[in-house]
Design a protein around this ligand. Structure first.
Ligand SMILES: NC(=O)c1ccc[n+]([C@@H]2O[C@H](COP(=O)([O-])OP(=O)(O)OC[C@H]3O[C@@H](n4cnc5c(N)ncnc54)[C@H](O)[C@@H]3O)[C@@H](O)[C@H]2O)c1
Length: 264
């Protein structure tokens, strides 16, 4: 198997499940040292064990993306254990759907904080250390600085989805953050991207696809030309965006849409 990421360090929020889990396993399979940061201790340990059993280098750190001190100390611990992080993958996420007229404020706050505040805090914890490294060893050309990447998972729902006012606000907010980070950080050779997957079968969907005798599975299977997605379709794009092949790209927003171009 091709090993594009030997000696690289990937810090993956939400690494205990779904898209983060698959991305962590694929990175480890290609030689990266992987840190899983997640508040789900049980699954975090499970994924850590599975990666270790497959021969990968991995560390699980339990914590909440919304807590500045916890995320900051996890990033510091990663630097101390493996050296500087090369790739920040932001995959922590939740759904707390509700129609506008009934959406409780707590659901609004939980979704906005998990996706926007958490992404900000994770990005800041990495970026401030990366900039310190650049400032301590100034270079003439951008490309002489270490090559870093930030990838966040937005969603096709950023363009709007019934029952997801909070989620679509969070996911479209991420797109503005990625454009700003792309503008601000390229001077340090840090490239930032967002991906926008359509529906992918992972635990975040809960009972959605099985309830009402599979009504929603049939619905989404019909709406997405290539069918409901698998996590590998997302992890492959994330690994590409972290690879040398994507060296000349910055601030991109990439759909992973299963062929679906209309709204959700
Ligand atoms: N599955 C899909 O259809 C789909 C489509 C588009 C975008 N996304 C996005 O992809 C990302 C990953 O989703 P997934 O499908 O892998 O879901 P998932 O539920 O399988 O994984 C999400 C992980 O994030 C962790 N997490 C949630 N809140 C956290 C917090 N505050 N602190 C630390 N960890 C936290 C959870 O414990 C879980 O392990 C999410 O941002 C989601 O919105 C998913």
């Amino acid at each position: 198997m091709e090993k594009r990421f030997e000696e690289k360090v990937a810090f993956i929020t939400g690494g205990a499940s779904g898209l983060g889990e698959k991305t962590a396993k694929d990175f480890a399979g290609e030689g990266a040292k992987v840190v899983l940061y997640d508040f789900d201790g049980e699954n975090g340990k499970r994924v850590e064990n599975e990666i270790k059993s497959a021969g990968g280098e991995v560390m699980f750190l339990e914590g909440d993306v919304r807590e500045i001190e916890t995320i900051d100390s996890a990033v510091q611990k990663t630097f101390d254990t493996y050296g500087p992080i090369d790739f920040l993958i932001y995959s922590a996420g939740i759904l707390q759907d509700g129609m506008i007229h009934k959406l409780p404020e707590e659901r609004w706050n939980a979704v906005i904080d998990t996706h926007l505040k958490g992404f900000f805090l994770s990005m800041q914890a990495c970026v401030k250390r990366w900039i310190d490294i650049c400032k301590a060893d100034k270079k003439e050309k951008i490309e002489e600085y270490p090559d870093r990447r930030i990838i966040t998972i937005s969603s096709q729902a950023a363009e709007g989805n019934i029952g997801q006012l909070n989620y679509s606000a969070a996911k479209s907010g991420m797109l503005g953050m990625v454009k700003t980070a792309g503008l601000e950080l390229i001077r340090y050779n840090i490239k930032t991207h967002a991906i926008m997957p359509t529906l992918i079968e992972t635990p975040i969907l809960g009972e959605l696809l099985s309830k009402q005798e599979g009504k929603w599975r049939k619905y989404y299977s019909g709406r997405i030309p290539l069918g409901i997605g698998e996590p590998k379709y997302v992890s492959k794009v994330i690994l590409f965006l972290c690879s040398d092949d994507a060296w000349f790209m910055n601030g991109e927003i990439i759909g992973i849409n299963g062929g679906r171009l209309d709204k959700v």
